[in-house]
Design a protein around this ligand. Sequence first.
Ligand code: SF4
Length: 329
Amino acid sequence: MGKHVNIALFVPHAGCTHNCIFCNQKTISGKSEILSVNDVENACKTALNSGAKGGEIAFFGGSFTAIDENYMLTLLEAAYSFIKNGSFSGIRISTRPDCIDNYKLDILKKYGITAIELGCQSLDDEVLFKNARGHTCEDVVNASKLIREYGFELGHQMMTGMYGDLGKETAETVERIIEIHPDTVRVYPTIVLENTPLAKLYEKGEYVPQSLDYAVCECAEILLKFHNSGIKVIRLGLHSGGNVEDGYIAGAYHPAFRELVEGRIYRNLIEEKIEGISNKTIEVFVNSSEISKAIGQKKTNIEYFKTLGFDIKIKPCEKINRFEIALNL
Ligand code: SF4
């Protein structure tokens, strides 16, 4: 059996008619090559030659169903041939909530699409407006419903720390997403990238980005909420490499953002449980696959508790679930 490898293909959206204030796709697409049929075929063949089998082909970029229809069809045809011959299990796309309708979903159904991710970013209309997203919360609700009716896997992408978001809007967005209950979620803290309207607001002092620590703290709560609601968080923080590091000006970015967030969840869980305990040496049991997360990146959790006077020893236990702990005092 081959390795389960997912292929990520980026579709730069040069023709996007929107101007979301945080997005630098127009600058990126000026520099990068437009994805071609050859690129799709080569990426799939390269993966297959290195032993891949059964993964998914993903078209990212955020506006797949808004690109020129003929171009979209040529990309889909190229990818679909690898689905039909059994090399890959399905195709994921990401798109805008206002670019979903029956006509587009009928096309996607024909070409072996398995999952559709919606770039929701926020479920607060004022935040959406202030960020010039050009769609409303209702568009997200309607598109989600339609995607479900067609039997696709539904994904939501949301952002934290957006311009005009005071934190309560993010909390409400999380609650609304939980109500809609997509299969997957991706969470991205807002980053200020060069050549964007957000960069101008930042330079004028009208936008204050979140600190890394604040974003880690907020995302720890968010990840736990989605986890406890049975929604899979498949991405936390922007991918490292590529345009993020190049165009980065400010904001909560870290190449291992998810590890920081998962470590913070364990720190919070331990802190809650040890409050008021007089014993200073404590064994904390976590699921065996979670040990490094509980210890924290570069042992930060162990060091943190040392400063509070506790000697914490993390131990494995098969019976304990992810994001749960048990103490042995
Ligand atoms: S984030 Fe906004 S501006 Fe950027 S490509 Fe998507 S819809 Fe267009």
